[in-house]
Design a protein around this ligand. Structure first.
Ligand code: 9MR
Length: 351
C-alpha cells in the first residue's frame, strides 16, 4: 500500500472511530473520575436502590463515570421511617455500602422537606414540642446510623415557595416558624459533627428574586453562627434555558464562606428530541460543569439519575425527555462529552 493510501485508511478509520465511538472515548486526557479528582470536584449521580442491586450495567455506569452518589429517594423520610419508630434501613444500607465498596463520596438527601413525608408526620397534628421531638428522633437516627460515612446532607430541602421570595408554607414552617431551619441544622450537626450541611433549592441557580431571598437567608444563618456549610443549586433545567450567570450567582454564596454545588443536574428536552437538541444539550452540560470549575468553592456537580430510563422527567413533565447524559439503552450521549470536555479543560482561576 502506498503512503498516500495508508494515510487515507488512517484518516477514514479515525473519522469512523470519531463518529461511532461514544463520548468519553473521543476525548483524550483521562477518565471522568480521574479528571474530576484531578480538579478537586465531585462528579455525582443520583441512584435508585433496585437497579443498584439488580442491574450490572447500571452499576457499571455509576462506577465508571462518577465519584459521588446521592440516594434519589431511599433516604427520604417516607422510606426511612414510614411509621414512627419503625425504621427501614434496607435502602440506605444498600446505597451506603455500595458507595464504600467503590470508594464513592455520598450526599445525604434529604431531611426536612414538604414532599415524601409519611402520613404520620404530615397529618400528625403535632404541636411545636411534639414536632421538635419527631425531628430530633429522625435526624439522630439517620445521621447517627451513618455517622462519618455520609459526607454531606441536604438538611433543608426547597425552603422557598416554587416562585417568589416567601419561605415555603410547609409543616415545619407552620409549626416551628422560620427557626426550623436553624434548628434542623443544629440537630444535624450534633448528630454527625463532621458532615457538611446544606440547604438545597431549585430555581436559584442564576440570579433573580428567589436566589436573592436564599442569599439573605444564608447570610443570616452564617452571621448567626449556624452550622450551614453549603448550598446545593439543584439545576433542573429546560433545554435552551440554562442561565448564563451561574458563576456570578454561585460566587456570591461562596463569598459567604459556603461551599456550593450543582446538586441535581438535568436538562430536559421538549419532544421531539432531535440530534440538534442533543448537540446543543452537550454544550449546556459543558457550560454547567465549567461554571462549577470556575468557582473555587464549587465542590461538585451531580446529575439527577443514571440514564434517561430512570429519570423523573418524563413522568413529571410529559412531553419532555432525554434530560441525562446516558440514554434509555445505557448509551452515553453528547451531554457526557460536554462534561468530559469541561473537565478536560479544568479549573480557571479568575476569582
Ligand atoms: O427524583 C425524585 C422522584 O423519583 C420522586 O418521585 C420525587 C418526589 O417528589 O422526588 C424526586 O427528586 C426530587 C428531589 O428529591 C428534590 N428536588 C427535586 C427532585 C425532582 O423532583
Amino acid at each position: 500500500m502506498s503512503a498516500a493510501a495508508v494515510c487515507v485508511v488512517v484518516f477514514v478509520v479515525a473519522a469512523v472511530t470519531t463518529l461511532v465511538l461514544p463520548g468519553p472515548a473521543r476525548i483524550p486526557g483521562g477518565t471522568l473520575p480521574g479528571l474530576a479528582d484531578a480538579h478537586g470536584i465531585k462528579l455525582g449521580v443520583a441512584v435508585a436502590v433496585d437497579p443498584l442491586r439488580e442491574d450490572p450495567a447500571y452499576r457499571e455506569i455509576v462506577t465508571d463515570h462518577y465519584t459521588s452518589m446521592t440516594a434519589e429517594n431511599a433516604m427520604k423520610w417516607v422510606h426511612v421511617q414510614p411509621e414512627r419508630y419503625a425504621f427501614d434501613w434496607s435502602g440506605p444500607d444498600t446505597v451506603v455500602d455500595f458507595a464504600e465498596d467503590h470508594d464513592l463520596d455520598l450526599r445525604g438527601h434529604t431531611l426536612l422537606w414538604h414532599n415524601q413525608q409519611p402520613a404520620w408526620v404530615a397529618e400528625g397534628h403535632y404541636d411545636a414540642d411534639g414536632l421538635r421531638a419527631v425531628m430530633r428522633e429522625h435526624i439522630q437516627a439517620l445521621l447517627g446510623r451513618y455517622e462519618g460515612r455520609i459526607d454531606s446532607w441536604d438538611v433543608i430541602n426547597e425552603p422557598f415557595e416554587d416562585t417568589g421570595t416567601d419561605l415555603r408554607d410547609n409543616l415545619w414552617y407552620r409549626t416551628l416558624g422560620e427557626g426550623y431551619i436553624a434548628e434542623g441544622l443544629w440537630t444535624a450537626h450534633e448528630a454527625d459533627p463532621e458532615a457538611r450541611l446544606y440547604i438545597n433549592e431549585f430555581g436559584v441557580e442564576g440570579g433573580g428574586e428567589k436566589a436573592d431571598a436564599l442569599y439573605e437567608l444564608a447570610s443570616g444563618l452564617v452571621a448567626d453562627g449556624v452550622p450551614l456549610h453549603g448550598i446545593g443549586f439543584q439545576g433542573h433545567f429546560v433545554h435552551g434555558d440554562v442561565p448564563d450567570d451561574l458563576v456570578e450567582n454561585m460566587r456570591r454564596f461562596a463569598d459567604l464562606g459556603l461551599d456550593v454545588e450543582i446538586s441535581e443536574l438535568d436538562v430536559r428536552i421538549p419532544e421531539p428530541v432531535t440530534d440538534e437538541a442533543l448537540a446543543a444539550q452537550e454544550d449546556e452540560y459543558r457550560r454547567v460543569v465549567e461554571a462549577c470549575l470556575d468557582v473555587s468553592r464549587c465542590v461538585g456537580v451531580s446529575v439527577w439519575g443514571v440514564t434517561d430510563a430512570h429519570s423523573w422527567v418524563p413522568e413529571w413533565f410529559p412531553g419532555h425527555d432525554a434530560a441525562l447524559p446516558f440514554d434509555g439503552d445505557d448509551r452515553p450521549k453528547p451531554a457526557l462529552t460536554g462534561i468530559h470536555e469541561a473537565l478536560g479543560r479544568g479549573r480557571r482561576s479568575a476569582e
